[in-house]
Design a protein around this ligand. Structure first.
Ligand code: ZN
Length: 409
């Protein structure tokens, strides 16, 4: 699976030539240029927002014009004529957010909830296994935005007693049959490997997940942290394009050693094309002291994700912009943060390839955010609070060129 790395987002800026190559590689879109159209050319114009799009290296006050379901122009002073307009002055206008680890598929209104929060694409990561995959597939099929599902290698899905504590539940044939039935919606395999989920057969569970995934050329996402096996043992079983979620999980078996150094096997895994994802969640996945150490070691996440569940709606997670906000406190710029919720996740799964950008010609998926300054408290999975002076809030969504009316309270 070809995976172009995105180190340039945290490394020195590209040369002009490298940048042009990078953009040319993203998609065959038209070059960005504000083409002044005649009256009635545009259907919707987002006026006067601070447009931040790391794929285009834009961070400036611009109008964004949409024609049909595509981005038609980014420029200053676009004449709206008869087009509908959205006043985005004082707001931030970014490509639609892409959440690659969530559980919005668990509830029928999950897609609408995250859409209102700005997520124009999401992955339900392992809510269900083969036995009940139809439930989550049905939600995915009716979601207004692009939604795919990772099948849990545990055939009964997420279980309080541990998805694959009974190794018999890691059923390769059952998972393969489910994928064959829903090949258009199932986009990978999820393996939850913590001690309380997989007991002492974490490596065997992962091997089986990989057997299933490779037969369909799909990625595996592993849930790391508090495993019985050391992380390097598990990383050895991953292939380029696979994803490690819960990268800030505290020990045992986190990504750093006792001295706060990132394990060499983790660095090697990233070099060979394995993605490292946040997976905020609510229990045992994120602790501020670990985040601090990993971030200060320079090992930044490739992607942010919520690991949202209905319970997360009212604590810790809340919404994707809130999860993004937490990293403004760890040395990331707003651009760095936006990249990890737009451009970078668009590279992880092929069907998001033309998303995560406001380039002219791209699908008109846009999140409008509000950056509020004040005193905010961010709580990790262990009840530790961390103060922040900025927080992003959802302020509007455009999907396929259509403004989403916020119905969620
Ligand atoms: Zn999860």
């Amino acid at each position: 699976m070809p995976r172009r790395r995105l180190y340039y987002l945290r490394m020195p800026p590209l040369t002009r030539r490298e940048f042009v190559c990078a953009i040319a590689a993203t998609a065959a879109f038209h070059p960005i240029r504000g083409v002044r159209a005649g009256a009635g050319e545009y259907d919707l114009v987002v006026k006067g927002g601070r447009v931040i799009d790391p794929s285009l290296r834009i961070d400036a006050i611009r109008d964004v014009a949409i024609a049909g379901n595509r981005i038609a122009s980014i420029a200053t002073g676009i004449a709206a004529d008869t087009a509908q307009t959205i006043d985005a002055r004082g707001k931030i206008v970014v490509p639609g957010l892409i959440d690659i680890h969530s559980h919005f598929g668990r509830v029928s209104d999950g897609p609408a909830i995250c859409l209102a929060d700005g997520a124009t694409g999401f992955i339900d990561a392992g809510s269900q296994g083969a036995d009940h995959i139809d439930d989550v597939v049905a939600v995915a099929r009716t979601a207004p935005q692009t939604c795919r599902v990772l099948i849990n290698i545990g055939r009964a899905g997420v279980l309080p007693e541990g998805d694959t504590m009974d190794l018999g539940r890691a059923d390769v044939d059952a998972a393969r049959n489910a994928i064959a039935t829903h090949r258009d919606v199932i986009a990978g395999v999820k393996a939850r490997l913590s001690r309380e989920v997989a007991g002492d057969h974490d490596a065997e569970v992962l091997r089986r997940a990989q057997q299933v995934a490779t037969s369909f050329n799909l990625p595996v996402m592993i849930h790391m942290g508090q495993t019985i096996s050391p992380l390097p043992t598990l990383l050895e079983l991953l292939k380029p394009g696979d994803i490690v979620t819960h990268m800030f999980a505290p020990p045992p078996n986190g990504i750093i050693d006792d001295d706060g150094r990132v394990l060499p096997e983790v660095l090697a895994a990233r070099r060979r094309g394995i993605w490292f994802d946040v997976g905020n969640g609510r229990t045992r996945h994120m602790r501020w002291d670990i985040v601090e150490r990993v971030m200060s070691a320079g090992f930044w996440p490739d992607t942010f994700s919520t690991d949202w569940t209905p319970e997360g709606r009212t604590e810790q997670v809340f919404d994707f912009p809130n999860v993004m906000s937490k990293f403004l406190g760890f040395g990331m710029t707003l651009n760095d943060v936006i990249a990890r919720a737009t451009l970078n996740p668009s590279r992880v799964f092929d069907f998001f390839r033309d998303r995560g950008t406001l380039n002219v010609g791209a699908p008109a998926d846009i999140a409008i955010l509000e950056l509020r300054r004040g005193s905010f408290e961010f709580v990790d999975n262990y009840g530790n609070a961390r103060a922040g002076r900025e927080r992003l809030f959802p302020a509007g969504t455009i999907l396929n060129g259509r403004r989403i009316q916020r119905k969620i309270a």
